[in-house]
Design a protein around this ligand. Structure first.
Ligand code: NAD
Length: 301
């Protein structure tokens, strides 16, 4: 039986839950945990009332940390969003405390599954999870630049009027301002994207991808449906053992950092990281992203 526990049932956690309910997945049991227990009870009731129309039966309930014991996946979406007047560093310090309290509880259980992390800054929170849980890096996966990559594929697809499924392009590095698109390995169908679009077009698309979250937050306060579907996609890759290549946040042992890179995801987690062949300019951009993440890593404790 496949069991998923969601910790943090706000906008992101519940968009993930709703997306799981609406897709045919292998999830048979879904547990909701949040500081706000009443909310999880209400959310479980609400989701259960949609079961009659769902593609498969899922046993959904508000739960406790003891429910983590035999879970296949624990997805952490708990934490704070940046508030007006608050620095990024303030946010990290607060989310570090949140993660310490959560992972401390999970460490008391017999959980041996896979951690899936969505809380921002996702690369740093994934590293923190790996260290606090003492899990192997293959079993701690951050959502990384997966949402950014989905936005990139959508925008290229729109521009060329082709299905985003035929666009093989990735956003890599930090999930944040220093992320970038290594255009030298971007392909549409069987041809390089450079054959179809000018440098200006490519720059405009990369900048639109980078600014998408800011734009959405300006207009509706938060982003959550897209990330909910990304988390479902990663969940399916794990539970179906489908060996998909996804741009998730993965551990680079040399740098002692997590950041977004394409990786093969299977039932054991990260099977293999695919290090792209980068041009000198792209290598500099990745180094810049790594330096930014290092500075954050060195400041949160
Ligand atoms: P939200 O405020 O709606 O929900 C956060 C939830 O976490 C709340 O329900 C809160 O009660 C809960 N929580 C806080 N501390 C907790 C604890 N110690 N234990 C259990 N639950 C706790 O926020 P949201 O919009 O759902 O965003 C959640 C996180 O996801 C944020 O960090 C946000 O930046 C991030 N996010 C990531 C991506 C991505 O691409 N990775 C995209 C969107 C949002």
């Amino acid at each position: 039986m496949s069991k998923v526990v969601i910790i943090g049932c706000g906008n992101v956690g519940m968009s993930y839950a709703y997306s799981l309910l609406n897709q045919r997945t292998k999830v048979e049991e879904l547990i909701l945990i949040d500081l706000n227990k009443d909310r999880t009870i209400g959310e479980a009731m609400d989701l259960n009332h949609g079961l009659a129309f769902a593609p498969s039966k899922i046993n959904i309930k508000a739960g406790e940390y003891s429910d983590c014991n035999n879970a296949d996946i624990i997805c952490i979406c708990a934490g704070r969003n940046q508030e007006v007047g608050e620095t990024r560093l303030d946010l990290i310090k607060k989310n570090y405390e949140v993660f310490k309290s959560i992972i401390n509880e999970i460490n008391k259980t017999n959980f041996k599954g896979i951690y899936l992390i969505a809380t921002n800054p996702v690369d740093i929170m994934s590293l923190i999870t790996m260290k606090l849980s003492k899990f192997p890096s293959s079993k701690v996966i951050g959502s990384g630049t997966m949402l950014d990559t989905a936005r990139l594929r959508y925008l290229i697809g729109e521009k060329l009027d082709v299905n985003p499924k035929n666009v093989h392009a990735y956003v890599i590095g930090e999930h944040g301002d220093s992320e970038f698109v290594p255009w030298s390995s971007a392909i549409v169908g069987l041809r390089s994207v450079n054959e179809y679009m000018s440098k200006e077009d490519l720059n405009k698309i990369a900048s639109d991808v980078r600014n998408a979250a800011y734009q959405i937050i300006n207009k509706k306060g938060a982003t959550y449906y897209g990330i909910g579907m990304c988390l479902t996609r990663i969940t399916n890759a794990i539970l179906d053992n489908d060996k998909s290549i996804l741009t998730v946040s993965v551990y680079d042992e040399k740098q002692d950092l997590y950041y977004g890179m394409p990786a093969v995801v299977d039932k054991k987690g990260i099977r293999e990281i695919i290090y792209l062949k980068l041009t000198d300019e792209e290598r500099n951009k990745l180094d810049n992203s790594i330096e930014i993440l290092k500075k954050i890593r060195n400041s949160y404790e």
